[in-house]
Design a protein around this ligand. Structure first.
Ligand SMILES: Cc1ncc(COP(=O)(O)O)c(C=O)c1O
Length: 455
């Protein structure tokens, strides 16, 4: 398949540019403090950007566009560990060779954005590779979207059309589905839709409770039964995040998910999995593969780490013409990056019990255990998560303490974020390129920061 212009001379320049960019980017590694003379420059940039967008920023962060592996450089000259990966997309780390290549390959094409009406071979290739990775499931088709939220909007429309007029949706307490007009109603947090009209009827059920795993399933099933009794013949689907991102990486086990999926199918509803945050981050390429839900998933949404977004769906959910479309599939660079990410993750040793994702999890957990033993349980009363989605609680697990902790962590060289409310957790979306030395250094910084905040 032809993809852009290429000849010997372009190839030579491409190779030359690729190695020069990679070489230059790989200089930006290792935690570094801000340069005093650049601090004012960053403050000025932040101030004028805040004026432009109407409000300030959580962190004093504006990237220079330079960084390598887990490291990112900021306009004040500091270099920090990026352990939140732009809230998920940077699964492979900064200036990964495949991302540099994707950008260069995109530059050989005649356009920047790829459209729906007149698509490019790059989009065909990515979509085919993606469907191939889920070949053991019912998911047979892929439709591109511009964001995770829009992928969820598309999924909802497909489900609604098939189930019309049963429009009620079942979702989980703590759900986050995005901020579009439809998904803000699925997202449970009311603070994210202040003064908004309600457009969708959503019934919430409790997610897994790790403190009471035995009762968790019966509680969830009882809530499901109650809901369909209260609103008979009204629901279209159960929508689930198998690892709840914004809620603090709450996740169940295989049996819990199988029973919920069975209940869903027994009641004639679609089983919709939101993998926008989980793709690539658990013990298999997809979280539904980690929990062996291949026979149940009818529709799945994806974004973030894939570098492009969209909806995977079964034959049964293929919509009538006219329901889904839009100008763009995405930028050519992001679609090419999606293809490369899929190939890299599928062919490398990242998944399974011995894969890098499980090993990173294990390494983080053993460091947390050591830390608890050394400092007493009250400093880190909880740690958990799966794969490269790791969360922990600090001190009294309040939002106030957590914000204080992550801001101090930022000053000391690690970018994290928070998730959940009551308890609030520190959240890491880790890059797969972390090695064991990085992890030891990360825990030195965590220890130092705990001492500063709680000591
Ligand atoms: C589980 C989940 N669904 C949907 C979304 C929305 O995706 P986007 O921010 O790309 O619209 C997110 C984003 O954080 C998410 O984590």
């Amino acid at each position: 398949m032809l993809k852009g212009v290429m000849n010997e001379s372009i190839q030579q320049s491409f190779d030359d540019l690729f190695s020069k960019i990679l070489l230059e980017q790989s200089r930006f590694q290792g935690v570094k403090k801000a340069a005093p003379e650049k601090k004012d420059k960053l403050d000025q940039l932040l101030e004028s950007y805040a004026l432009n967008r109407g409000r300030g920023f959580f962190y004093p962060y504006i990237s220079t566009g330079r960084g390598h592996g887990p490291f990112t450089e900021i306009q004040d000259g500091s270099i920090k560990y990026d352990l939140i990966g732009g809230i998920g997309p940077n699964l492979l780390g900064h200036s990964h060779p495949l991302m540099i290549q994707a950008n260069l390959e995109a530059a050989t094409a005649d356009s920047i954005m790829c459209g729906n009406l007149l698509p490019y071979s790059h989009a065909k290739e990515m979509a085919e590779k993606l469907v191939e990775t889920v070949k053991d499931s019912k998911l047979k088709h892929f439709w591109y979207a511009g964001s995770g939220s829009f992928a969820n909007d598309t999924a909802l429309k497909m489900v609604w059309q098939k189930m019309a007029p049963k429009y009620r949706l079942i979702a989980f307490e703590g759900a986050f589905a995005g901020r579009s007009i439809a998904t803000q109603d699925i997202t449970q947090n009311p603070a994210y839709r202040v003064d908004m009209p309600r457009n969708i009827d959503v019934d919430y059920i409790p997610h897994f409770d790790s403190k009471n795993p035995k009762e968790a399933l019966s509680k969830t099933l009882a809530a499901l039964d109650r809901i369909v009794k209260k609103h008979p013949d009204s629901h279209c689907a159960v929508m689930i995040e198998l690892v709840q991102g914004e809620a603090g990486f709450i996740h169940g086990d295989k049996n819990y998910y199988h029973e919920i999926a069975k209940w869903t199918k027994d009641h004639g509803l679609f089983f919709w999995v939101d993998e926008i945050q989980t793709f690539g981050r658990t013990h298999e390429l997809f979280a539904f593969q980690t929990y062996k839900l291949e026979d149940y998933v009818d529709i799945l949404t994806i974004g973030k780490a894939l570098q492009c977004c969209g909806t995977l769906y079964s034959e049964e959910l293929n919509p009538k013409p006219g329901l889904v479309s839009g100008t763009f599939n995405g930028s050519l660079a992001s679609i090419i990056a999606g293809s490369k990410t899929l190939k890299f993750l599928s062919e490398g040793n990242f998944y399974g019990p011995e894969g890098r994702s499980a090993k990173i999890e294990k390494n983080f957990f053993s460091h947390f255990q050591l830390l608890q033993e050394k400092n007493g349980k009250n400093w880190v009363p909880y740690y958990g998560g799966i794969g490269t989605m790791i969360a922990f609680e600090v001190g009294d697990s309040s939002k106030e303490t957590t914000v204080k902790f992550i801001k101090a962590l930022y000053t000391n060289g690690i970018i994290a974020f928070m998730a959940g409310a009551n308890p609030t957790r520190v959240r890491f979306l880790l890059p797969l390129c972390l090695d064991d030395e990085h992890i030891s250094e990360i825990f030195k910084i965590i220890n130092q920061t705990l001492n500063e905040v709680l000591g």
